[in-house]
Design a protein around this ligand. Structure first.
Ligand code: ACM
Length: 624
């Protein structure tokens, strides 16, 4: 054992505030037993770890960072009472803990963290950070005596970031990863390619990035508001990651217990590929990288039409040569076991209309375009497998017959995942219904309007194992951040949190320990942590939740608060402020007239959230 002489200057005293921190951990640990007494930081706290244990050695920079963040000087002499922060390798691996679980004990001898592997030590440190005061440098530090046993419910706890619709720098991506690991996520799904930009250097196909990574600059809402490139207009918006940058991100993630899963979306979502290599499409006409202009029509029942070709031609051998080159470099770069091939929302109209494609299908006894997609998926799976990797794709890859060892990521609700599991495939649940972070999270009057809504409460209802499904086939789950409406990292954080906290708890904590009311209470505490890190997140739980019900004699308004101890006040007479406005207690019929509803939450007479202001006409449109 070596003593690392990193020391905290410790404050004497028991801070009861800090005892409460043990009730605020997210995700909720499997078990916490608190005991009387506190570890007062009144001297120094050496770190004791085994220099010969590589898993423990990897913790050194993280422990050093933690100590530094506490704003105390590093001293050079050991403390007298023997208390220390100790990392202990479970001599007989506690199988319950696996590679990511841990035991964390705080007592008069200091802090001890026992784990089987790096992931366990790392996760324990995240818990320890949450036990510390929000802003330790301004506080006296005293940790309550306690004993935590903790391990994850699922091995796949992911967040996906779409870097195609908007480009995020390496620094942004690292910040995103650094934030997610604080809540024990362990998979970073990197959506690297789409119609709006190809973001990964492929040395053998240089035009993918010299052409495919750049588009004309447009701002604002995707769709109607973004006009197509004008003749001769320069493509100036975009970017891509070099091999060196990708290796850097992977190494950064690895040292935070995160596996990076790259997604190369095929055969649809390929407009950026076709801008670079139009010969890979059926019609071979020139294309451009889409700047977010509307190029598809959606019919409300899940069917759609792409007005510009964005699919690869699955009958063209050159497409498989392309895929071979891409997957060779991707497999070499990414050490994880999975490569994600996308496979979603592939419009098949151009295949249907092509005589050559139809002739190919006839010759190869492929009965329809869905089977043709299945033919494509199987060819890609072979390529991926030959590189020693496993294939994962969105649930559309289930169309036709899917190779048995392919894994399905279920996004169109849970049904794709259920069907896949019934067929014996492994599944990652990532349904729009609970896990789409691009959806509007608060009231539409104060948030960006996306085509669907997802509140924190709904996110928290995520249960990845549906009834009747073999739980061993559910690897876990993931929340996805599509970035059509997210131009920069600050907004990515706002849209991700706090909903990702709900996802993290659904994926880590035993289902029987989940409790919405207690969770919301803990989320409030974490708002302070985000504030302290200067990360602005969505506090929509401080806004009233509005519901309008259509009844026989008119439209009824009901208001709700997600947080406890809040008063809901409102006005329907066009007046504000609301400090002394009517106190809401039960639903009421909306009066007739031309007015704005104003409503806001208060605690002890002080506003805690935003004032929502909604015209009566708009409210009536919401009536259900
Ligand atoms: C998806 O949301 N198209 C996977």
């Amino acid at each position: 054992m070596a003593r690392k002489y990193l020391f905290l200057i410790l404050c004497i005293g028991v801070c009861s505030q800090n005892r409460l921190q043990s009730q605020n951990i997210i995700p909720q640990p499997v078990s916490i037993a608190t005991e009387n007494g506190s570890l007062g930081f009144d001297s120094n706290l050496p770190v004791i770890l085994d220099d010969n244990d590589q898993e423990q050695k990897r913790m050194e920079p993280h422990i050093t960072n933690l100590y530094e963040s506490l704003g105390v000087k590093v001293l050079s002499s050991p403390n007298a009472n023997g208390a220390a922060l100790r990392l202990i390798n479970n001599k007989q691996a506690n199988t319950k803990l696996g590679n990511e679980g841990y035991l964390l004990d705080i007592n008069s001898m200091g802090i001890s963290i026992s784990a089987n592997a790096f992931g366990g030590y790392f996760n324990a440190l995240q818990t320890l950070k949450q036990l510390l005061p929000v802003n330790p440098s301004n506080n006296r530090i005293a940790l309550p005596f306690l004993s935590i046993e903790d391990y994850p419910r699922f091995g796949w706890r992911g967040l996906m970031l779409d870097v195609s619709r908007h480009f995020f720098s390496v620094e942004d991506v690292k910040r995103y990863i650094n934030q997610m690991v604080q809540y024990k996520f362990n998979v970073f799904h990197w959506h690297l390619t789409d119609d709006e930009g190809w973001r990964i250097e492929i040395k053998s196909l240089p035009k993918l990035t010299s052409v495919g990574a750049w588009r004309v600059e447009r701002i604002g809402s995707f769709g109607e508001g973004r006009v197509f490139p004008k003749p001769g207009e320069k493509a100036t918006y975009g970017g891509f990651y070099t091999h060196e940058q990708i290796k850097d991100v992977i190494a950064y993630a690895k040292e935070r217990n995160v596996t990076v899963v790259p997604e190369i979306d095929m055969p649809g979502h390929c407009m950026a590929v076709l801008a670079a290599y139009p010969e890979l499409s059926v019609n071979k006409t020139p294309k451009f990288v889409n700047p977010g202009s509307k190029f598809s029509e959606w019919y409300g029942d899940g069917t759609f039409k792409m007005l510009i070709e964005n699919t690869l031609d699955p009958t063209n051998e050159k497409v498989y040569e392309f895929a071979e080159k891409v997957m060779t470099e991707v497999a070499t770069l990414f050490p994880g076991e999975y490569i994600h091939m996308g496979g979603d929302e592939c419009y098949k109209g151009y295949w249907e209309e092509s005589k050559d494609v139809q002739a190919f299908m006839k010759k190869n006894k492929i009965k329809d375009v869905h089977d043709l997609q299945s033919y494509f998926v199987k060819r890609i799976e072979k390529i991926v497998k030959a590189k020693g990797k496993k294939l994962i794709g969105w649930d559309e890859i289930l169309e036709g017959e899917l190779p048995s060892d392919a894994t399905v990521m279920s996004w169109r609700g849970m049904k794709g995942g259920i069907e896949a599991a019934h067929k014996g495939h492994k599944v990652v649940m990532s349904p729009t219904t609970f896990a789409y972070l691009d959806y509007t999270q608060g009231d539409r009057s104060v948030e960006t309007n996306i085509y669907a809504d997802l509140s924190l409460e709904k996110s928290y209802e995520f249960e990845p194992v549906p009834d009747g499904v073999n739980p061993s086939l559910i690897l876990g789950g993931q929340a996805n951040l599509w970035t059509e409406a997210i131009p920069h990292l600050d907004y990515a954080m706002y849209m991700t949190y706090p909903r990702a906290l709900a996802t993290s708890e659904s994926l880590w904590t035993p289902a029987s320990s989940k409790n919405w009311k207690k969770f919301v209470h803990r989320v409030e505490h974490h708002f302070d942590r985000f504030d302290n890190q200067q990360t602005t997140i969505c506090k929509a739980i401080y806004d009233p939740v509005i519901q309008v019900k259509k009844k026989e004699d008119g439209n009824y308004l009901s208001l709700k608060s997600d947080v406890e101890g809040a008063e809901i006040r409102y006005s329907t007479d066009n007046t504000y402020p609301l400090e002394r406005a009517a106190l809401y207690n039960t639903e009421f019929r909306l009066p007739e007239g031309k007015y704005l509803l104003r409503t806001q939450l208060f605690r002890q007479g002080k506003p805690i959230g935003r004032m929502l202001t909604i015209p009566i006409d708009e409210l009536i449109k919401r009536a259900k």
